[in-house]
Design a protein around this ligand. Sequence first.
Ligand SMILES: CC(C)(COP(=O)(O)OP(=O)(O)OC[C@H]1O[C@@H](n2cnc3c(N)ncnc32)[C@H](O)[C@@H]1OP(=O)(O)O)[C@@H](O)C(=O)NCCC(=O)NCCS
Length: 154
Amino acid sequence: MIGPFKPAGSETPMGADVTIRACTPAEHQRVLELWREGGGPPTPTDRSEALERLFADDPDALVVADVDGEIVGSIIAGWDGWRGSIYRLAVSPAHRRRGIATMLVEHAVAALRARGCARIGALVEIDNDHGMRFWSAAPGFHRETGQTRFTLTG
Ligand SMILES: CC(C)(COP(=O)(O)OP(=O)(O)OC[C@H]1O[C@@H](n2cnc3c(N)ncnc32)[C@H](O)[C@@H]1OP(=O)(O)O)[C@@H](O)C(=O)NCCC(=O)NCCS
């Protein structure tokens, strides 16, 4: 695990200090709350049991942005030994457009690379305007057009 760390330029315009660090299991309710208040489209795994399983399988995967002791952002950097996948990138509405998601992605990429991950991607729902705009601007990422996803239902 890389971090906790304070990225260069982590002083936000409002002067709050951002720390990117691993989430602790005791904080998982706050992360669920963050997703409910503005985490984009809800997912079936936005539940305590799913987060407890994630902590058990990969304790460093869930990383948060902390501003003055408050969790205001999240990211999951998943690694299955083959590809790295970024999930649940979210920043609380009051803290957006200050580079916090960019810091979270930089941290996730560095952590995945440190584990030997060569391919990293993020799935974005096409009708998620915030997500599409963020990822379209994210340095180093490009939109795949030649693939689609098949999901097991039921
Ligand atoms: C998407 C999200 C995580 C972005 O967080 P953020 O901390 O505001 O993002 P950043 O400040 O790092 O943005 C970096 C750049 O991305 C682009 N960007 C981010 N959000 C944007 C928006 N709503 N509209 C246009 N461009 C946007 C901009 O180029 C921005 O740079 P700028 O502010 O200098 O113009 C946040 O809007 C969010 O939590 N949305 C709801 C959850 C969600 O949709 N997550 C994505 C799932 S794929």
